[in-house]
Each structure stands twice: as structure tokens, then as C-alpha cells.
Design a protein around this ligand. Structure first.
Ligand code: HEC
Ligand code: HEC
Length: 302
């Protein structure tokens, strides 16, 4: 679904050291400005949402209906009932619609393109109006959750994340490829509300977690962990090698590590050769010869 560009970049830049260094330099230039807009598009401040008050409700529904008619109905149908092009949205709840619109996944440019994260077309008021309108058409689904991260414990959240989310999103939240060419997206730049909505609604190939699996408190904890410790673009996890992300960093680690091993192996080999030469009074052992005869006990092969 979403391709992991850093991964393929790392893979393509195979052995030669110059290529690797050049690719990494390129990657750091390429990825650094990339993150800024998504972080800006997901303000942290909107962590607690209150339900729309009664006098605004009619106006909000009217706004939502207009926006839906103009931007969504061509694919999802006039009453969100679905069509040959796009699924039924009735009964999904405001939280599900809010996630898909606020993340920029919707509206699609055409029915066959993949939903990808991009700056949303709509501001917060408009997005909540669309979500409220769709939710008003049929009961059920996931409401826009209220997350109070002030009382949350990010350390507990880390445990919840490691157990339930890391298998797909990786422990650093950088995202990873799943089976069948799908991928779990990186969690940098997602808002608290979006994390809660994703956990409760299970978008696409992500499972949905009910309050039995992840309680209200655990949800607040994992939201706090994701938004405080993963979301920050300045803390992508791993070492701070220009923040190019764990795949490229792992590659640097591998490169340096293998280089060290080769150096050590050469040094040991060199030392052994010198010892051999000393033992045999300057004579070189024939190439491929085993240990000097007589050193090993006779072994009876049965
Ligand atoms: C060009 C066609 C198109 C337009 C326009 C469009 N959608 Fe979609 N929408 C789709 C398709 C196709 C899917 C299924 C995508 C997938 O699952 O990968 C989808 C999926 C969704 C889902 C997830 C449904 C589910 O079962 O999980 C939601 C919610 C949604 N759209 C809301 C909207 C809203 C709100 C708008 C308007 C702001 C909108 N869409 C505009 C085509 C469209
Ligand atoms: C089975 C794999 C899997 C697991 C487990 C999983 N996710 Fe996801 N997650 C996904 C996939 C796939 C998507 C993209 C959905 C789509 O494209 O519609 C996603 C999307 C998301 C998003 C939206 C990202 C965006 O770009 O807006 C958030 C937030 C998220 N997941 C958080 C979590 C959290 C928190 C957990 C643990 C409680 C979790 N996920 C567990 C696979 C998974």
C-alpha cells in the first residue's frame, strides 16, 4: 500500500562504500524537509475534543452535508450507501470518517488510487462536520474518541505498543512492509485523536482493538507514548545519523560492523601466519595445509 522508500533505497545501494555514503547523504537531504508538513498538519493541541453543542448542530450538519455532496458522494453515493466505486460508509461512525479525512487518505483523486497520507483538504471544523453528517445517517460505529493524555503513563504505553502495535509498525514506529506487498505506515506526525481512532476503528488491514484488549486507560497510555516519543520527527528512533531512519541507520551499522570484522580477521590471520613462520624456522607451510603434523592426536574413524 505505502511503499517504504528508505528500505528500497537501502537495498539498491548494495556493496560499494561510495554508493552507500552517497545514498545516505541523499537520503538525509531528501527525508528531512519531507516530515515537516505532516507534523504541521497534525496539531498536538487538539487532544481533547468536546461534542458539538446543540445550537451549532444544525449548522454543522448542513455544512457536513454540503461538503459530503461535493467531495464524497460521487464515489460513496448520495446517502453514503456505497457504490460500485467505493464502500458503504453508513454505520462506520464519526471516528472512522474523521480518521480517513483528517489523515488525507480521503477524498481519493480517483477510485483506483491508493489512500496515502497527505495534508487534509479540510480544516478541523469542516472535517468534524463531514464526520458528524455521515454518522447522522445511520447509528453505530466508532465515535470521535476523547483522549486525555494529561493523566497518561507513557511507560505503560510503551508496553502496550510493544505488544500490540510493534509487530506491524515496528518498535520505532517507522512502519514496515507486511505480507502481500502491504505496509504498515510510519507513525511520525499522527495526532492523538488519529491514534485513538485507528486503534478503535482498525483502518484497512489493521485490526481494531476493543476496550477488552486495550482499555480506556491503556489507550491514553499508548496515545501518549506514540505522540510524545514516536511522533517527534527529531526522534525517529535509533541513532541520530542525520535522522534518516532505522533502515538506513541499520545499514550504516552493518557496513561499519562488517568492516571491523574484516579488519580483525585480517589482523588475526596476519598474526597466525607470523607465528607459523617462527615455528618452522622460516619455512612457509604449503597453501591449504592443516595444523602442523604431530600436534593432533590420532583419531580413529569408526
Ligand atoms: C474517487 C472516489 C472516492 C472519493 C471522491 C472518496 N472516496 Fe472514500 N473511499 C474510496 C475507496 C475506493 C475506498 C476504499 C479504499 C480502501 O479500502 O483502500 C474508500 C474508503 C473510505 C473510507 C473507509 C471505509 C471503510 O470501510 O473503512 C471512508 C471512511 C471514506 N472513504 C470516506 C470518504 C469521505 C468522507 C470522502 C469525502 C471527503 C471520500 N471518502 C471521498 C473512494 C472515494
Ligand atoms: C496487523 C498489523 C497492524 C497492527 C497490529 C497495528 N497496525 Fe496500525 N496500521 C496498520 C496498517 C496496515 C495501517 C494502514 C491502514 C490503511 O491503509 O488504511 C495502520 C494505520 C495506523 C494508523 C494511521 C496512520 C496514518 O498514517 O494516519 C495509526 C495511528 C496506527 N495504525 C496505530 C496503531 C497502534 C497504536 C497500534 C497498536 C495498538 C496498531 N496501529 C496496530 C497495521 C497494523
Amino acid at each position: 500500500m505505502r511503499s517504504s522508500s528508505s528500505r528500497s533505497l537501502a537495498r539498491r545501494a548494495a556493496a560499494p562504500a561510495g554508493v552507500v555514503v552517497a545514498a545516505l547523504a541523499l537520503a538525509s537531504v531528501f527525508f528531512a524537509p519531507h516530515r515537516a508538513p505532516s507534523a504541521a498538519a497534525a496539531p498536538l493541541s487538539s487532544t481533547v475534543l468536546t461534542a458539538a453543542t446543540a445550537p451549532n448542530r444544525t449548522a454543522q450538519l448542513a455544512l457536513g452535508r454540503t461538503l459530503f455532496d461535493e467531495n464524497c458522494s460521487s464515489c460513496h453515493g448520495a446517502k453514503a450507501q456505497g457504490s460500485a466505486l467505493a464502500p458503504n460508509l453508513r454505520g462506520l461512525g464519526a471516528g472512522t470518517v474523521d480518521l480517513w479525512v483528517s489523515s488525507g487518505w480521503m477524498p481519493l483523486a480517483n477510485p483506483t488510487s491508493q489512500p496515502i497520507r497527505k495534508p487534509s483538504l479540510f480544516d478541523r471544523t469542516q472535517t468534524k462536520a463531514i464526520a458528524g453528517y455521515v454518522a447522522s445517517l445511520a447509528p453505530g460505529g466508532v465515535p470521535i474518541p476523547t483522549v486525555d493524555v494529561a493523566g497518561a503513563n507513557a511507560a505503560q504505553g510503551f508496553s502496550v505498543f510493544a505488544l500490540n502495535c510493534a509487530p506491524c509498525h515496528t518498535i520505532t514506529g517507522a512502519g514496515d512492509a507486511l505480507a502481500d506487498g502491504l505496509s504498515a505506515p510510519p507513525l511520525h506526525g499522527v495526532s492523538a485523536i488519529q491514534v485513538a481512532e485507528a486503534v478503535r476503528s482498525g483502518p484497512g488491514n489493521m485490526p481494531r482493538f476493543s476496550t477488552f484488549t486495550i482499555s480506556k486507560q491503556q489507550l491514553a497510555d499508548v496515545v501518549a507514548y506514540v505522540t510524545r516519543h514516536i511522533e517527534q520527527p527529531s526522534n525517529p528512533g535509533g541513532l541520530a545519523l542525520g535522522g534518516v531512519g532505522p533502515v538506513a541507520e541499520g545499514f550504516v551499522g552493518l557496513f561499519v560492523g562488517v568492516g571491523l570484522c574484516v579488519l580483525i580477521a585480517l589482523w588475526i590471520g596476519d598474526r597466525n601466519e607470523r607465528e607459523d613462520t617462527d615455528e618452522h624456522g622460516g619455512e612457509h607451510a604449503p597453501p591449504g595445509a592443516a595444523a602442523p603434523p604431530g600436534n593432533e592426536p590420532e583419531v580413529a574413524h569408526v
